[in-house]
Each structure stands twice: as structure tokens, then as C-alpha cells.
Design a protein around this ligand. Structure first.
Ligand code: ADP
Length: 254
């Protein structure tokens, strides 16, 4: 309204500039759209064959009969790299779906006590940390996509383990309030400097590239966490102190 009125009476140079800007913006948004589609297509095309490769590696490893120790080690490395890449591709696909509105979540009332326990059992399979749950025994309920929330918590536990010393415990806390439930993933690890705390939820953002690099992450984990939790109508935040640890808090509607 107001802007249009102003433009109608503006000198022709301004009108031309406005037109050029509009055109540039539409080209930019077109190329962003193309880039997203490209990422989504490539992720999809790579994931399928890589999943097959991973499957074969697993089946050879399961039989193991005539393999030497060196061969087993090589195959295990290949399998774990394949697994890592499959997860990265899945994350890229999820983000692309969230971008174009085709990420479908199945939101229902969930009992979080069971969910958190399942997650801890899963996490204990790949790390021998002390992971404990602090929760009331009565059922704590909230609206969530059960499997996606498990993915979210596994991501946060994975980080809690990656960014702390080997002997440090991870604690999951569960609390029910009148209209929401809260899940917290707490670690006593390296912590996150204040100026990075809002940015860690951005795609590919990593605090300390050298240290983060050694842990082999992609910088996508927390952006997935945020996208999924917000998709469930909840929100996620972080409290952290350098050298003391971090608490990631997820709030979900009850
Ligand atoms: P990734 O772990 O793959 O690097 P994330 O998106 O999960 O990617 O995390 C982004 C960055 O936030 C990490 O690189 C790390 O620097 C920081 N971070 C995340 N979780 C923690 C944590 N629990 N403690 C300390 N730093 C963390």
C-alpha cells in the first residue's frame, strides 16, 4: 500500500531500481528453490545405493568365517562410515522436506517415560556412558511424534557424549506441568560459549571446528532437533556454561 503509493510518485530512476531489485529477488528465490531440490534429489539418489552397500557389509561381517582380523577391521570401518553417511543424507532429506512443507509428523499424545527409557536402552548400545533418567513414576504425557522424538533425544545424547570427557555421566530429566511437559538432556561437558548458543541451531554451524571435526559430526544435528521439535508444536533451548556443561531443554504441549 504505502510503498506502492510512494513508488507511483517516485522518480523513474527509483522505479527502475525497484524493478531491478524485485527481479533479482525473484531470481534468488528461484535459485534457492533449485538448490534445495538439488540437495534433496542428490540425497535421495545416494542414500539408496549406500544402504545396499551397508547391508552387504553387515551380512559379510555377520558370517565372518574366513576373515582375518585385519579384514574384519577394514569392513567394520567401511560399515561405520557408510552408516554415518546414510544418517547425514537422511538429515539432509528431512531438512529439505521441512523446507518445502512435506515433512509429515504423526503427532499424538505420548507417554514420555516409556519413550525416554527406550532411548536410553538404544543409546547404551553404542556408548558405555552412565545415562540415567530422573523422572516421576506417574505417566508424563505430551503431544509428540513418538519416533521422531526418539531421534531428537538420541541426537542430544549423542552430543552430550561427544562433547564431554569419557567418564562424565549424561542425565535425562522429565517433568510434567499443567499445559506442557519438559525433557532435559544434561551433560557436564565442555559447554558452549554464550555468543555461540543461539547459533548452534543453524545448519552446519559448529562452535570449535577443530574439536568438533575430531568428533565427526556434520553440524546438522541440532538444526534437525529444532525443526522436528518445532514441527511438533514445541520448542528447544540451551543453557550452558563453558567448562561446566550444557542443558538442552525441550518443551512440548501437554
Ligand atoms: P555436530 O555435533 O554434528 O557438530 P550439531 O548441530 O549437533 O552438530 O551441534 C552443533 C555444534 O554445537 C557442535 O559442533 C558443538 O560445537 C556444539 N554442541 C552441541 N551440543 C553440545 C553439547 N552438549 N556440549 C557442547 N557443545 C555442543
Amino acid at each position: 500500500g504505502q510503498a506502492q503509493l510512494y513508488l507511483d510518485n517516485a522518480p523513474s530512476e527509483v522505479k527502475e531500481l525497484a524493478q531491478t531489485l524485485t527481479m533479482l529477488l525473484s531470481r534468488l528465490s528461484q535459485s534457492w528453490q533449485q538448490e534445495r531440490e538439488f540437495v534433496s534429489n542428490v540425497s535421495h539418489e545416494l542414500r539408496t545405493p549406500l544402504t545396499i552397500v551397508h547391508g552387504y557389509l553387515q551380512s559379510v561381517l555377520r558370517r565372518q568365517n574366513n576373515l582375518t582380523e585385519v579384514q574384519v577391521e577394514a569392513l567394520e570401518t567401511a560399515a561405520s562410515q557408510a552408516e554415518h553417511t546414510i544418517r547425514l543424507l537422511q538429515d539432509l532429506l528431512d531438512l529439505a522436506r521441512a523446507d518445502n512443507g512435506s515433512l509429515r509428523l504423526q503427532i499424538k499424545f505420548c507417554v514420555l517415560n516409556d519413550l525416554v527409557e527406550e532411548v536410553v536402552v538404544m543409546a547404551q548400545k553404542y556408548c558405555d556412558r552412565s545415562i540415567t533418567i530422573e523422572s516421576a513414576t506417574y505417566p508424563i504425557q505430551a503431544k509428540a511424534d513418538y519416533n521422531r522424538l526418539k531421534q531428537v533425544l538420541l541426537n542430544l545424547i549423542d552430543n552430550a557424549v561427544k562433547y564431554s570427557e569419557d567418564h562424565m555421566p549424561v542425565i535425562l530429566k522429565l517433568n510434567q506441568f499443567a499445559d506442557h511437559a519438559v525433557i532435559q538432556v544434561c551433560d557436564q561437558g565442555y559447554g558452549i560459549p554464550l555468543q555461540h548458543q543461539t547459533r548452534i541451531f543453524e545448519r552446519f554451524y559448529r562452535v570449535d571446528e577443530s574439536r568438533s571435526h575430531a568428533t565427526g559430526g556434520s553440524g546438522l544435528g541440532l538444526s534437525i532437533v529444532k525443526t522436528l521439535v518445532e514441527g511438533m508444536g514445541g520448542n528447544v533451548s540451551v543453557q550452558s556454561k563453558l567448562g561446566e556443561g550444557s542443558i538442552f531443554t525441550i518443551t512440548l504441549q501437554a
